[in-house]
Structure formats: structure tokens, C-alpha cells
Design a protein around this ligand. Structure first.
Ligand code: AMP
Length: 212
């Protein structure tokens, strides 16, 4: 099953994506995670992406489409994937459609996380992330040892600083919101869920929306 998660930064796509992936037994693919790993490793991809990411701007479509095509062609994703933050512009949606057609599959569900901007700003500005596992935490200061005991340290992502957060929300409205209209116009199976609430409640809504 191939599921596209759509929604603004901070809507919970990452956390819920993990849970949906576990419940459906398909892997999650997050371009943000791929890019952060590349930045950390100092690869060419990472060097190219870092400036865009730190400002909260989108990495160019050609770079993202390269990541998507390479990933989806791997056997790991033969049963499908939960795509978290992978489709953020209309050209990316078009590129994904072309890639899936080539692979003989298609997007089954577009799952949209509905949430108000005020909630997002509060969530993102209180978020820290483990520098080892990239797992997000709320209410813990940068420098705190990761509560999971993995040996990592909690950091504030550069793009979770206030100015970058505002920019990411602007970018979402300008470039990613039209992706939803694009899928609706193509008659895709678009499902909306209320993304505010306890983790388990949101997961239950998400699984119901994807038909589980
Ligand atoms: P995320 O972890 O999904 O919030 O992504 C972090 C940052 O990575 C974004 O703010 C972008 O700079 C970049 N990024 C991740 N996925 C994409 C994408 N599909 N298109 C463009 N930029 C992306």
C-alpha cells in the first residue's frame, strides 16, 4: 500500500507515519530524514541541501525526485511505503505519479493532516530532536540526554528556530497546499484527519482513514 502523508510541518506526519507504517507493515520513507542523514554524513547531496533546509526552504524538485525514484525502485519498498513529507510541490506529485506508473503501482491514499497554524508554531518551537535517531520530543531543552537512552543528545533543528518555522509555514501554503488540489482534481483517494489530540487517537483516525 502506498500512502502519501500531506500536512504542514509539525502536524505529526513523522510520528504518525511510524505508527501507520508499523500497523500496515510497510516501511516509511521521509525525504527530510534522508536529507538530514546526508547533511550529517557531509555527502554532496547533504552539502547541496543544507542551506535550503536551514532556512526552511524546499530543496529543488530534481534533487527530491532523484531520491524518490531511487528509493521506490528498491526491494524494501516493493510492498509499498508511507511517504512522509516526500511530496511537497505539484512537480513532485507529477514525478511520483510517473515513477509509480513505471513501477506498475500507484498512490492508494493521500492522507491529509488538518491542524491550525497556532498549534503548529507552539509544537515546533517546543520541539527538540535526538541527534542520533531524529526522534522528536516536546518540552525538553536542547542538550538533554535522549530519554530513550540511545546515547544521543537532544538538539533544536535549525529549521525549528522561529524565523525558519514562519518560513516553512509560508512555503507550505504557497507550494504544498496546491498538491492537495492536484490530487483532488485527479480523483485520488484523499482522506482528511483531525491531527490534534492524543497520539493513539490520531493513529486510530489515520488507520481508519486508510481503511484499517
Ligand atoms: P521535514 O523533516 O519533512 O520537515 O523536512 C525538513 C526539510 O527538508 C524541509 O524543510 C526541506 O528543506 C527539506 N525537504 C524534505 N522533504 C522535501 C521535499 N519533498 N521537497 C523539498 N524539500 C524537502
Amino acid at each position: 500500500m502506498l500512502v502519501v502523508l500531506l500536512g504542514p510541518p509539525g502536524a505529526g506526519k513523522g510520528t504518525q507515519g511510524e505508527r501507520i507504517a508499523a500497523a500496515l507493515d510497510v516501511p516509511k520513507l521521509a525525504t527530510g530524514d534522508v536529507l538530514r542523514a546526508a547533511v550529517k554524513a557531509g555527502t554532496r547531496l547533504g552539502l547541496e541541501a543544507k542551506g535550503f533546509m536551514d532556512r526552511g526552504d524546499l530543496v529543488p524538485d530534481a534533487v527530491i525526485l532523484g531520491i524518490i525514484k531511487e528509493a521506490l525502485a528498491q526491494p524494501t519498498y516493493a510492498k509499498g511505503a508511507i511517504l512522509d513529507g516526500v511530496v511537497r510541490t505539484v512537480p513532485q506529485a507529477e514525478g511520483l505519479a510517473a515513477a509509480t506508473t513505471e513501477l506498475g503501482t500507484q498512490v492508494d491514499v493521500v492522507l491529509t493532516f488538518d491542524i491550525a497554524d497556532e498549534v503548529l508554531v507552539a509544537r515546533l518551537s517546543g520541539r527538540t530532536t535526538c541527534d542520533q535517531t531524529q526522534k522528536p520530543f516536546t518540552g525538553l531543552q536542547p542538550g538533554t540526554p535522549c530519554p530513550d537512552g540511545c546515547g544521543g543528545t537532544l538538539m533544536r533543528r535549525a529549521d525549528d528556530e522561529p524565523e525558519a518555522i514562519r518560513n516553512r509555514l509560508r512555503v507550505y501554503q504557497a507550494q504544498t497546499a496546491p498538491v492537495l488540489d492536484w490530487y483532488v482534481a485527479r480523483g485520488a483517494n484523499v482522506q482528511h484527519i483531525d491531527a490534534v489530540g492524543a497520539f493513539d487517537a490520531v493513529t486510530a483516525r489515520a488507520l481508519a482513514a486508510v481503511g484499517r
